[in-house]
Design a protein around this ligand. Structure first.
Ligand code: UDP
Length: 361
């Protein structure tokens, strides 16, 4: 007899993580696990959503709730109501949630109230900054999850410190599974270096979308000034998140984009190809910090803290905050630093999806 799993996704990083797990469902658990995907609609632009389903071979969602925009509370509330209806109709054995978005919390809460067990992939991550919407979503989702799949030992310890001991497994990081699967494919199939006329290791790659940076005109201005200054030394490729693009316009900061190689959000293979070929990476993204680490590319994280402390401890990543001078100074330093100790492999063996599904099944 097969078990039914409803997977809740809504945002770009969740599509990428879910791709790793759905592939193993299809390849190794056909007839044993029946997966129904629910797309909340949180990210809806084609280049933030559809492109990932096509490129990463993610099964078509059974439901698209088309819920996006508005304040966090309103968005989460609408998702909660809509996910509950889906769960009442589907009656799954498990609800599978990923990461730390409003879709994660809405899925966890809807399931827990219906006494459907929740499995959380990427459990136990903490920034210890309760002003981050992601931190609130993580803590609450973990508290009501039955199975907690941690990507690292640090995450396991974070849960222990909160008294959460039952159902906790260090499965490794599904993003590492993804990196191993797409690393060579991206290099072979992407033509982005030629399209943007870039030389391998002759450019920097930058991303910025965290609310703590984009919702503060001061911080966003400092970050863009730093990128503009770095761009006078080497090309800086800046795939622009739609929210960041809108806020740059609202704050009147568009002139700071003039020297950058600004692109629309990239498809995954192009992004991974650029990451591997970059001289260094500047980011506030959780996923991009780790991908830099996996590919051995020096990374500066434009935040005051990180959930992925191993990347910093092992020398591949540095927290530089959002001051323009600190970012520019750190570029010089990271270039002369040692490469990260990748042999330490704190993110598992690339079999996280398999481990997660073996527990579920
Ligand atoms: N990504 C992408 N195209 C882009 C920017 C990012 O495919 O233009 C990928 C990136 O490689 C990583 C993931 O999106 O796998 C990270 O998502 P994001 O930065 O939106 O969220 P976070 O990881 O911070 O939650």
């Amino acid at each position: 007899m097969s078990i039914k799993v409803v997977t809740i996704v809504g945002a770009r990083p969740q599509f990428i993580k879910a791709a790793a797990v759905s592939r193993v469902v299809r390849d190794d658990y056909a007839g044993k696990i029946d997966e129904v995907i629910v797309h909340t609609g949180q990210h809806y632009d084609a280049n933030m959503s559809r492109v990932f389903f096509e490129e990463l071979d993610i099964p078509e969602p059974g439901y698209n709730l088309e819920i996006s925009g508005g304040q966090h509370g309103a968005m989460t509330g609408r998702m909660l109501e809509a996910v509950e209806k889906v769960l009442l109709a589907e009656k799954p054995d498990w609800v599978l949630i990923y990461g730390d978005t409003n879709s994660t919390l809405a899925g966890a809460l809807a399931a827990a109230k219906l006494h459907i067990p929740v499995a959380h992939v990427e459990a136990g991550l903490r920034s210890f900054n309760m002003r981050m919407p992601e931190e609130i979503n993580r803590i609450l989702s973990d508290r009501i999850s039955t199975l907690l799949f941690c990507p690292t030992e640090t995450a396991v310890r974070n849960l222990q410190a909160e008294g959460i001991l039952k159902g906790v497994h260090n499965a490794g990081d599904v993003m590492y599974d993804v990196a191993l699967f797409y690393r060579d494919r991206a290099r072979q199939q992407s033509s982005i270096l030629g399209d943007l006329k870039l030389e391998s290791h002759g450019f920097a790659l930058a991303t910025c979308h965290r609310a703590e940076n984009t919702d503060d005109p001061q911080r966003l201005g400092q970050i863009l000034s730093a990128l503009a200054e770095i761009a006078s030394q080497c090309p800086v490729v800046f795939p622009l998140h739609p929210r960041t693009r809108k806020l740059i316009g609202d704050y009147g900061l568009s002139r700071l984009l003039g020297k950058l190689v600004v692109t629309e959000p990239l498809n995954f293979l192009d992004m991974v190809a650029l990451e591997q070929a970059a001289h260094f990476i500047l980011t506030d993204s959780g996923g991009v910090q780790k991908e830099a680490f996996f590919y051995g590319v020096p990374c500066l994280t434009m935040r005051d803290e990180t959930e992925w402390v191993e990347t910093v401890e092992l020398g591949g990543n540095r927290l530089v905050g959002a001051s323009s001078s600190a970012i520019v100074d750190a570029v010089a330093e990271i270039m002369s630093g040692q490469p990260a100790d990748a042999a330490a492999s704190p993110y598992g063996t690339g079999k996280a999806a398999f481990k997660i599904l073996s527990h579920l099944a």
